[in-house]
Design a protein around this ligand. Structure first.
Ligand code: ATP
Ligand code: MG
Length: 578
């Protein structure tokens, strides 16, 4: 490719709002251009990188018996209604066609795959199968950000397994995990696989592939001692603390101007771990709120801990939560800021009258608590679980954090930020049961198909490659995903004979099958051309100039190193081919 013909230009400055290095460099180096919030065009260099990642993904999926196909992005609403996700996936783009026909833009493809499985899979002989495609996904993300990190339209490699049984799925699953490690390693992105929350996908277990990064949106919990790693939405930890030997009497005390846990603890003179934090939520089964649908949930956690909303939702058996309004709280006789379980009658379960009181198990590891008196401005001291208040359910709803005790080895865990680049789900029969996708077993009995689903975002992966491979001058592409292998730079003046030599070398490299970006632009000095080469980040820089010719050939420099060497053209070809 001749730089003099290439579409678009490198830029000196990144857009002001670009905070991530990858966002800045991909724009400056002419890989991507914004079209709207969360929408980008891949410019010709950028699309070449995507195709490189594409090929790696296809090779690794093919190696574990994957069959590549291509599914549509426009889906009939009926497919999404059949699995119940038309109303439960908050980021689903919905649209209406002529005659008010309703469609979804594919946010993911379980719906299409399970519908195909229903039609194509007849008996146990048709299983197992693994299919995948590399295609667009559309998600109405509330906050697109970080250039290619969080988009509304993006490219995903998504693979789907269809199996006879849970055991068969369990047996295949590790080969997918290994293929994921292979993909990321080949792209120069070392990842940590962590246990994650299954979220809107449903199913049994899931592994998230993450890259530790200070600006990552995910938080995961890691134990350096034993290697335990889990997303904070799923991470467990050991509750520490004792029940006091003697229980104090429940006593009402005036606590003026104490609105937070820290205020109350300081006012009374106890550690925050001797208080109970109470948070009101409104729980509902569907993402879309219907008036009158749902229930108030009162969540309790020891005052030194915090509630994790995802863990809470899982403990409730699914659905969605939001902060309850003041009116909703007062309607059950509780007082915002001064609420506690004392005096509340816990309901037996969701959809039953009364207040659903969900408590984290941490409240069992302490006592003589300071809790709200459901009356302003009073708290109780000496409150004890079991004696003074009851709960509907005790569960693991507290967020694990740095310094907590590891659930595996008892060491100390640490919270770290990370970027998620891939996700593997054991879906089980979540989707097949919804549409009754079965196969006939050896005895002619219908059995539900077991599914797995496995996604990697190409755009985000490309951004992460840049996050990990750059310096102050620009991108440093790993060879595996670089848009070109050689950045050929011509430096010289008209009539000094250098241009003809550079042109000839360009033709020779192309003929040898080397991918070359050729800076053939006239009238630009070495400074400008080398700056662009560093910014664009192609692994080998090869310069033809009067000086290089004097020394017998070309000057060769690796983008990742500072040394330059002089080689003959033959030596250069040997180097590139070796
Ligand atoms: P996140 O928690 O970041 O929203 P997710 O759990 O919704 O991700 P999956 O549905 O598991 O993501 O999708 C698989 C992969 O697709 C992710 O690991 C990520 O690489 C990519 N991905 C998901 N959402 C986006 C997005 N909005 N923009 C770019 N890539 C995305
Ligand atoms: Mg998401």
């Amino acid at each position: 490719m001749r730089l003099s013909h290439s579409f678009g230009k490198t830029l000196r400055e990144a857009p002001a709002e670009a905070e991530l290095v990858s966002h800045q460099l991909l724009i400056r180096a002419n890989y991507i251009r914004p079209v709207g919030a969360g929408m980008y065009t891949f410019m010709p260099f950028g699309y070449r990188v995507i195709r490189k990642i594409w090929r790696i993904l296809a090779e690794e999926m093919d190696a574990i018996d994957g069959q590549e196909m291509w599914m549509p992005n426009l889906n009939p609403a009926a497919l999404w209604q059949a699995t119940g996700r038309w109303n439960s996936v908050d980021v689903l783009f919905k649209l209406k066609g002529n005659g008010n026909r309703e469609y979804a833009l594919s946010a993911t493809h379980e719906e299409v795959v399970v519908d195909l499985a229903l039609r194509e899979i007849e008996s146990y002989r048709d299983l197992p199968r693994m299919v995948y495609h590399i295609s667009k996904k559309f998600r109405d993300e509330p906050r697109p950000r970080g250039g290619l990190m969080r988009l509304r339209e993006f490219i995903m490699k998504d693979a789907y397994t269809l199996d006879r049984s849970e055991a068969a799925l369990d047996e295949y699953y590790p080969s997918m995990i290994q293929a994921y490690f292979n993909v990321f390693n080949r792209c120069g992105v070392p990842t940590v696989a962590i246990n994650a929350d299954v979220g809107a996908m449903g199913g049994k277990t899931s592994q998230e592939f993450t890259v530790p990064h200070p600006q990552g949106e995910d938080v995961f919990i890691a134990c350096d001692n034993c290697g335990y790693a889990a997303n904070v939405e799923a991470a467990e930890f050991v509750r520490e603390g004792e029940r006091p030997a003697t229980l104090a009497a429940l006593t009402k005390v005036e606590t003026p101007d104490c609105k937070t846990i820290a205020d109350v603890a300081a006012f009374i003179g106890v550690p925050t771990s001797q208080t109970i934090k109470a948070v009101f939520y409104w729980w509902r089964p569907r993402y879309v709120e219907t008036p009158g649908e749902g229930q108030l949930v009162f969540a309790l956690v020891r005052g030194d801990l915090a509630i994790n909303d995802t863990k809470l939702v899982n403990a409730l058996g699914g659905g969605f939560v939001r902060a309850a309004t003041e009116d909703e709280i007062r309607a059950v006789g509780a007082v915002p800021g001064y609420a506690s379980g004392v005096g509340l009658t816990p309901a037996q379960g969701l959809q039953s009258p009364g207040v659903m009181v969900m408590a984290d198990t941490s409240i069992e590891y302490g006592g003589n608590y300071v809790v709200g008196a459901n009356e302003e401005p009073y708290h109780y001291t000496g409150a004890n679980y079991g004696r003074d208040f009851a709960v509907s359910k005790l569960a693991d709803i507290a967020q694990a954090d740095t310094g907590h005790k590891c659930p595996v080895c008892g060491g100390r865990i640490e919270a770290k930020r990370a970027i998620e680049v891939g996700h593997c789900f054991k879906l089980g029969t979540r989707y097949s049961a919804a549409v009754n996708a079965t196969y006939l077993d050896e005895n002619g009995q219908p059995q539900l198909i077991y599914m797995g689903s496995y996604g990697i975002g190409l755009d985000r992966l490309m951004a992460v490659v840049v996050e990990l491979h750059n310096d102050k001058d620009g991108i440093i592409w790993p060879d595996s995903v670089a848009p070109y292998q050689v950045h050929l730079v011509h430096i010289g003046k008209e009539g000094d004979g250098t241009k003809a030599r550079a042109e000839a070398l360009y033709e020779r490299l192309l003929a040898a099958g080397v991918e070359v970006l050729y800076d053939d632009r006239d009238g630009l000095g070495a400074g400008v051309k080398f700056k662009d080469a560093d910014l664009i980040g192609i692994p080998w820089r090869v310069t033809v100039s009067a000086r290089s010719l004097e020394q017998g050939g070309v000057e060769v420099k690796r983008r990742s190193a500072s040394e330059r060497q002089n080689l003959t053209e033959d030596q250069l070809l040997g180097l590139l081919k070796g």
